[in-house]
Design a protein around this ligand. Structure first.
Ligand SMILES: Cc1cc2nc3c(=O)[nH]c(=O)nc-3n(C[C@H](O)[C@H](O)[C@H](O)COP(=O)(O)OP(=O)(O)OC[C@H]3O[C@@H](n4cnc5c(N)ncnc54)[C@H](O)[C@@H]3O)c2cc1C
Length: 408
């Protein structure tokens, strides 16, 4: 019998399992392939990362910049994590954890069941299995969301040398978003292409830069092929031709995963979801929140598993966090319905906001007052047309599906 069974050994599950074991809880961590190396590029705002994260877990830091209609310094730094370094750091914390290789297929009364039929008994079960939420009970939560495609962030990127990327991004800078059309293209062209995408350009360490054509959110996601074509066309206009063996990154994940409501389970990481609908980020939030969730579990275990479950849920989904999540989701729906040609102007208004407002909206997952203040400030600066775009979707049901994008 374990105190806690954490399902999923991604960044969220590993962090939480380590934090639980550190507090003396008997902890199991289950994953079909717990030794599989991570291959994604994880980025985060530097100040969002936990203070005790070792420098070896960070591959690069750079000044954050965004370009909508004009160029803005964000006023804070962006970090790209060193995936191997982060993994080594989290693995060092797993010495007191029993790591079990196996796919969890369901719950039984007192724990989880693996695909081979074995069971692992635990007082509390955490679903840290990523956006697919492997322990989500069918039909629990999601409501009408189940009937429509997911809103997805999709992106296609290539890694090039810093000198090659210099035509697009100054060394030492992380371009969080660049909505400008490439040289030689008119501003309206992106709209003519049917769906707005932007360039994300960040240093990934070792003098290399990731250049990525990104569709922030679309229901369903913009297809990879369209993103690839747009990236190559964009780079060609800067005279950049990635080599055929350049490292490629393909991003594809939902940003509107329903909250994990399944009885008897706490969702954590992308399974919670901790994912910010406007950025897709969740890793930094999981790294920061794990110790507090572990504290909540420790306060009740082993004598009061129900109390432990509710205390952990209350940390992940405090009333303020639930309200912020709802507001962010309304923001996502407004973005999904916004006419393509108006999207850069919307971000111009957002990036014009004073720094505390931008920071609060991008990171304050349980700071309701600051999120509301940021949204009010944005509304106050918006013209009447944009105000209608922001308010309208809040009063309507969620968009069923975005229209198909015309082919090239
Ligand atoms: C290319 C790419 C780039 C991204 N970049 C960023 C970024 O820069 N910053 C950021 O914050 N986010 C980024 N994301 C989003 C990112 O996926 C998530 O934020 C992050 O991986 C979530 O971590 P997690 O531990 O919650 O889930 P995951 O990393 O998805 O880990 C889930 C784990 O659960 C395991 N699992 C699944 N099903 C079961 C089961 N039935 N039984 C047992 N185990 C199971 C999986 O094997 C996996 O190991 C990116 C995503 C992609 C695809």
């Amino acid at each position: 019998m374990y105190d806690v069974a954490v399902v999923g050994a991604g960044p969220a599950g590993r962090t939480l399992a380590g934090a639980c074991a550190l507090r003396g809880l008997r902890t199991a961590l289950l994953d079909p392939d717990p030794r599989r190396p991570w291959r994604l590029t994880y980025g985060a705002w530097c100040d969002e990362l936990p203070a005790d994260l070792p420098e070896a877990a960070v591959a690069a830091r750079a000044r954050g910049r965004a370009v909508a209609l004009t160029t803005r310094e964000l006023g804070w730094e962006y970090a790209v994590l060193d995936v191997a370094g982060l993994r080594a750091h989290l693995d060092a914390g797993l010495s007191g954890v029993t790591v079990v290789a196996g796919r969890v297929v369901g719950r039984d009364g007192g724990g989880v069941v693996l695909a081979d039929g074995t069971t692992v008994a635990a007082l509390v079960v955490v679903d840290a299995g990523g956006h697919r939420q492997p322990l989500r009970a069918p039909g629990v939560g999601g409501g009408s969301a189940a009937a429509r495609p997911a809103a997805e962030q999709t992106a296609y990127g290539v890694v090039v040398d810093e000198q090659v990327a210099a035509a697009v991004v100054t060394p030492g800078t992380a371009l969080f978003m660049d909505w400008r059309p490439p040289p030689g293209r008119a501003a309206g062209d992106a709209a003519a292409a049917g769906w707005p995408t932007f360039l994300y350009a960040v240093p990934v360490g070792g003098g290399r830069v990731l250049l990525e054509e990104t569709s922030l959110a679309r229901r369903p996601g913009l297809p990879m092929r369209a993103l690839r074509d747009r990236l190559l066309a964009r780079l060609a206009r800067y005279a950049i031709t990635p080599s055929p063996d350049a490292e490629v990154e393909r991003v594809h994940f939902p940003v509107d995963t329903a909250r994990h409501h399944t009885p008897g389970v706490v969702g954590f990481g992308a399974a919670a979801p901790l994912t910010h609908p406007a950025t897709g980020f969740s890793v930094a939030a999981a790294l920061r929140l794990a110790p507090t969730v572990a504290d909540a579990l420790t306060a009740h275990l082993p004598r009061d598993p129900r109390g432990a479950l509710s205390a952990a849920r209350a940390v992940v989904w405090s009333p303020a966090a639930r309200a912020v999540h709802l507001l962010r989701r309304r923001g996502l729906e407004a973005l999904l319905r916004m006419p393509p040609e108006e999207v850069p102007a919307f971000f111009e208004v957002f990036f014009e906001l004073p720094e505390p407002h931008r920071w609060a909206y991008l990171t304050g997952r349980d700071d309701l007052a600051a999120t509301v203040a940021a949204m009010n400030a944005l509304f106050g600066r918006a013209g009447w047309r944009l105000r209608r775009r922001l308010v309208g979707p809040a009063l309507r049901p969620a968009l069923r599906e975005n229209a198909a994008v015309p082919g090239p």
